[in-house]
Design a protein around this ligand. Structure first.
Ligand code: NAD
Length: 276
């Protein structure tokens, strides 16, 4: 399988490069970086301290998508949306880990997914995808006497807030409750905000140090509290998930897929609304 890496010099890009170079059945065929990056023109293998691969890092994504069966993409929202359009043009499967996508960018990805398989996940770790399902089920069972708050902490370099994973957990909670997140979402609180509105799903983001990613969904009622927590201590969990997604995506029918499709679990089918 011929695999390309968009954003190959990024934190995730470099990790994926290392994992994919040694993955059985995978041939890394190229890597791109943004215009002006100091790694342009360098050898892809040398970028991660390995043997030279004879592949030069370029800025033009078109040859990358033309050569690859699958392109894995942890870049920026704007780059990812244009990459998805390109994937549809070249017939290339696209695995997207980029977060912070706006509605227009999501629209471009959905349109591209009518032509090619796209795996899109704000968090590629098994653990987070599992707790998303747990949060959905818990939210289905508990009524609005239980306040739902999502708290996340990430390293000081993270540029978007709340994290894509926090929003995905909020979406899971909203789905379980049978409401639309955009109608009940409360992003941060500051000043004279008044009492909490019943049914809100709140978000708080903390930034600092080198924290890979901590997420807690708090269900708080009078007299008791449930907390569902995931803590990532290594970025490798995202890399391993992304490699699974790459291997899974090649040759799939066009469509927009999630990590739940890749990992093949779906707790939701076990519990019906009101059934617990
Ligand atoms: P990073 O800033 O280290 O890496 C992003 C890389 O993309 C940079 O090297 C940048 O130069 C490059 N880039 C930007 N525009 C480009 C373009 N047009 N063409 C090619 N390369 C381009 O960031 P990171 O920590 O690796 O995270 C990248 C994204 O992935 C963020 O949105 C982050 O939130 C997300 N992320 C997702 C998961 C997940 O599991 N889905 C895990 C970690 C990070």
């Amino acid at each position: 399988m011929r695999v390309g890496i968009a954003g190959c010099a990024g934190r995730m890009g470099q990790m994926l490069l290392k994992l994919l170079i040694t993955a059985p059945g995978v041939l890394v065929v190229g890597g791109t970086e943004r215009r002006g990056s100091h790694v342009l023109g360098r050898d892809l293998g040398a970028l991660v301290g390995g043997e030279p691969l004879g592949i030069i890092i370029g800025e033009n994504p078109e040859p990358l998508f033309e050569q690859a069966d699958v392109v894995v993409d942890f870049t920026s929202p704007a780059a990812t949306a244009s990459h998805a359009t390109l994937a549809a043009k070249t017939g290339t499967a696209h695995v997207i880990g980029t977060t912070g996508l706006d509605n227009d960018q999501m629209g471009a990805i959905s349109r591209a997914a009518q032509r090619v398989p796209i795996v899109l996940a704000a968090n590629m770790s098994l653990g987070v995808n599992l707790i998303e399902q747990v949060v959905e089920e818990v939210s289905r069972i508990l009524d609005t006497d239980w306040d739902i708050e999502v708290v996340e902490m990430h390293h000081r370099h993270k540029v978007d807030a709340p994290s894509g994973t926090a929003l995905a957990l909020g979406e899971a909670a909203a789905k379980g409750r049978g409401v639309q997140l955009r109608r009940v979402s409360r992003r941060g609180r500051d000043g004279q905000v008044g009492p909490r509105v019943k049914g809100e799903i709140g978000f708080s983001a903390i930034r600092g140090g080198d924290v890979v990613g901590d997420h807690t969904v708090i269900f708080a009622a009078d007299g008791e509290r449930i907390e569902v927590t995931h803590k990532a201590s290594s970025r490798e969990i995202f890399g391993r998930g992304a490699v699974k997604a790459v291997l899974w995506a090649a040759g799939k029918r066009p469509g927009l897929y999630s990590m739940k499709d890749v990992l093949g679990f779906n707790l939701g089918s076990a519990a019906q609304p009101g059934g617990a």
